[in-house]
Ligand binder design. Structure first.
Ligand SMILES: C[S@@+](CC[C@H](N)C(=O)[O-])C[C@H]1O[C@@H](n2cnc3c(N)ncnc32)[C@H](O)[C@@H]1O
Length: 193
């Protein structure tokens, strides 16, 4: 078990879950086309903003999934392990990763991006990008160009990038819509009108 997984799958991580994420909630909801997979859903904070048939929450922490089900009895939540296959959640349009990717180590993130690309045309990412952080054991703060390279390898480009001021940490919080390139873009053809 790697360090990040060990951290997140124990209740010791729970106080780290909700300190700031409400800040970008409206922006995340605005860019998320349904149905959504809320990847790293924690306690299922976002579930209440979607109809039950539009939403599935997944997380590596089984106790958090239990709590998410208790808080949102009509929504679907699934515990996933390290060998997750999201394509079984058929028809998803957006994978939401709200305060998650900066906790994912380098040796897992490529596999994760690949899995996202096979599953949905959009990814809605919200977190502090490239801002040094202290105090969180598993924080992997990557600059934007690193994310562009990781997602770009699997056909994604930035569709929208919004900055939301986080008064608590006094830094900008990024909300990014990643969208799959069209087949014309991938093959390098120019569309002219
Ligand atoms: C800071 S919390 C954010 C929770 C939720 N997205 C929110 O905004 O309220 C990070 C969550 O990501 C989950 N997580 C961390 N690494 C993960 C991984 N490799 N796969 C799936 N979930 C992961 C953790 O278990 C935790 O619930």
């Amino acid at each position: 078990m790697n360090k990040a997984r060990e951290f997140w799958t124990t209740p010791a991580a729970d106080p780290h879950i909700n300190p700031t994420p409400e800040i970008a909630r409206d922006e995340v909801l605005a860019i998320s086309k349904t149905p959504v997979i809320d990847f790293g859903c924690g306690f299922g904070r976002l579930a209440q903003y979607f109809w039950d048939f539009q939403y599935i929450g997944v997380d590596i922490a089984s106790h958090r999934i239990d709590e998410a089900r208790r808080r949102n009895p009509y929504h679907r939540f699934e515990h996933i392990d390290s060998h997750f296959d999201l394509t079984k959640f058929d028809g998803a349009q957006t994978i939401i990763v709200d305060n998650v990717l900066h906790h994912v180590p380098d040796d897992e993130i490529e596999l994760m991006a690949e899995s996202f690309a096979k599953t949905a045309p959009f990814v809605a990412q919200a977190e502090h990008i490239g801002t040094p952080r202290t105090g969180t054991l598993t924080s992997h703060c990557r600059p934007l160009d690193v994310y562009e390279s990781i997602f770009g390898d699997f056909g994604f480009k930035i569709g929208k990038h919004t900055h939301v001021w986080n008064p608590r940490r006094k830094v900008n919080f990024s909300v990014i819509l990643w969208k799959q390139r069209t087949s014309a873009e991938l093959s390098g053809r120019q569309i002219t009108s």
